[in-house]
Design a protein around this ligand. Sequence first.
Ligand SMILES: [Zn+2]
Length: 466
Amino acid sequence: MLKKTGLILTSFMLSTSLLASSLTVAAAAPAAPTITPTVAYQASAAAASSITLADMPANLKSSIEWVWTNRMVTEGSTTRKNLIFDQIFAGKGTINYVVRWQSNKNLTLQQRKDLAAMLQRQMNNWTKHLKDYDGWPYGDIQVKIVGWAVANSAQILDKQADEIIYTDYITDQLSTSNPAIPSKLPVAPSALSRFDHFTNPNYVYPGGLDKRFDMYLWATSGFGGGAGGDWGQRMSDDYILSTVNSNEIQITEHEIGHGFGLTDFYEANERPPGGFPVPTIMWAGNSPTITSWDIWMLRYTWSQIKQDASRFPATTDNGNTNLSNIALNASVTSSYVSPWESINALNDGFDPIHSNDRNHAVYGNWPETGTQWVQYTFDKSYTVTQSDVYWFKDNGGIDVPSSYKIKYWNGSAWVDVQNAVGLGTTIDKYNTTTFTPVTTTSLRIEMVSKNPASTGILEWKVKASS
Ligand SMILES: [Zn+2]
């Protein structure tokens, strides 16, 4: 069925029933399994410096290669160019969700915020292991909820002005065989669905790329276990709400795993002949968390599918294609610059080799401390979406800041950019921050010093749509 429909649709629990749309759903368990708080195996993020497939632990190799060859290639689980890998490339490092709320429960504003944070966390629990791995060009993935599909708009309590609600629905055929399932199945507009349009590279989403949604987080009351694919993840409303603040969420992460093309291991003949050297979250019930096996299966998958350069073109600028550095022509100002340093260091176009690189001019504000700012003023309005800052640290009076904000001029005031992801203070590299695009003539970094040190910057790039 997988190959015939082309859909990656698998379930968490042993499943037997079918939807009319050939969606395999879980039906064996009336409720989600209890998540044990004991972490049997602690996955760890790899150190951030150019990991390659050669770094795969030897004990994982044979099982991962077996699963790739005998399961994923055979079943075609990575052939649809709508895997989460593809979605992230198309979204330039972002994933957009619509929450499909097939439930009569209300959603408070706090619950909606928690759901957004949960999706951000769960997605990055996978993708953080691709950072600095074998050409993967993205850092943190920015996950947004861009719509709420509900049967009744009154279920969205304290609706905010920027929240979008859809109230169209279809009939869920599953409800005809299972009366516990609500018959009303809310839907978001097909015109905004990447799932419905990914085969057309020239498709333009109404309102722009930001308005599209890649996947559903699909909550269905009375639904047992979970289902997942490149269309999203489906669990019960109770499961989603009761786990929303957990760090690792077993079924949700498992179902997201299917979005990367990873497979289930229900039957003995679906598993490597020698078994698994460590547990895996993709074998339902085998591990409550993402393990080293899962991390390397994900990485191995990326190393295989990236070989199709037409599918994953080489990217620059941290994966954001079609972005150019507009800082080079900006005029620069600052709250303070040490008389012997230069504010123009920020956009002199030299990429530093390390954070104490004095081969070219540097910006520093010693002996000032507290909140200081640097500012670019552009020659016209740009739609700005990314900041890359290379901090100056001289092991003397200049250190990275304790924190900083990116602000833009909205015509009358300085306001924080929204949904900033990044804001790092790591030395010896560019610290990339992405945010909701803003159209502006001026951008600021407002930094708070690590007292008693002052702050400094070697280079600051600002990326705008070209
Ligand atoms: Zn599954």
